[in-house]
Design a protein around this ligand. Structure first.
Ligand SMILES: [Zn+2]
Length: 262
């Protein structure tokens, strides 16, 4: 899969997706696992939200990479004047030396990458001390058939679902630990928000079709065809179910690496 091509299209559709209050809570939880000095690399930095957050809070020497030229252009603008080095690079083959960074992060990145294990190994390779990854937890993947090539299209671009067991294999490189991150919203908050989004069509990525129905665009991972999507209702139900049953929204994976020089 040509992730650069796919994510250029995807960023063209979703734009900068400004952070919502819940995203900040998630970033705060992730921040608790970050070493507060040295060099940090953010792989799959997107438009640079996490790097901006870290720049405000720390003296860390920051850098980022992303596979999408479009996202990287937006990140360059967002992080202007902060001295953060940004590089166009695929997380499956990072353009950095072994042990170049003290820590590497990838927030909601590897669920989008076909060879996710290879990406984690690449992150481990360039890192001396700690790798921090967040992914959706035990997600129900949604997909449909592409009308053009007939292959499966994964809505949201999420190709894999994860739980703790998927990461235990990296125990040979260091100590693997986990934190489950729960959605802070109560059901009533979510319903209020969902209703507003649904009826007022507030979301940037939505557009109205001829029949007036709100459509969301999805992109085929195989032929990069764009297609309208009508599965909002099902997604909303799945989300509400997660909140009702107190299912974690994200899984944070932290790998404290063994010292490879000793
Ligand atoms: Zn297709």
């Amino acid at each position: 899969m040509d992730c650069g091509r796919y994510y250029d299209k995807a960023y063209g559709i979703v734009g900068e997706y400004p952070l919502k209050p819940w995203d900040f809570i998630r970033l705060e939880r992730t921040f608790a696992h970050i070493l507060k000095e040295g060099k940090l690399h953010d792989a799959g930095c997107g438009v640079g939200h996490w790097l901006e957050f870290l720049d405000r809070r720390t003296e860390l020497e920051l850098s980022g990479s992303d596979v999408s030229p479009d996202a990287l252009g937006k990140a360059t603008k967002n992080l202007k004047g902060k001295g953060i080095n940004l590089v166009l690079s695929d997380v499956r083959k990072l353009r950095y030396k072994d042990n170049e960074f003290d820590q590497t992060t990838a927030l909601e990145v590897i669920e989008h990458v076909p060879e996710w294990e290879k990406s984690v190994l690449e992150m481990i390779r360039i890192t001396r001390k700690r790798v921090v990854i967040t992914v959706p937890y035990n997600e129900r993947l949604s997909y449909g058939d592409c009308p053009r090539c007939g292959k499966e299209i994964f809505i949201d671009g999420h190709l894999h679902k994860f739980n703790e067991g998927d990461f235990l294999k990296f125990g040979r490189y260091g100590k693997v630990s986990f934190e489950k991150i729960y959605h802070p919203y109560k059901l009533k908050d979510f319903l209020r928000r969902g209703r507003r989004m649904f009826f007022e069509g507030k979301k940037v990525s939505e557009e109205k079709g001829k029949d007036g129905e709100i459509k969301l665009k999805v992109i085929c991972q195989n032929c990069y065809w764009e297609k309208g999507y009508r599965g909002h209702f099902l997604r909303t139900i799945n989300r509400i179910k997660k909140i009702l049953f107190r299912k974690p929204e994200h899984l944070l994976v932290r790998i404290d690496l063994k010292d490879r020089n000793s």
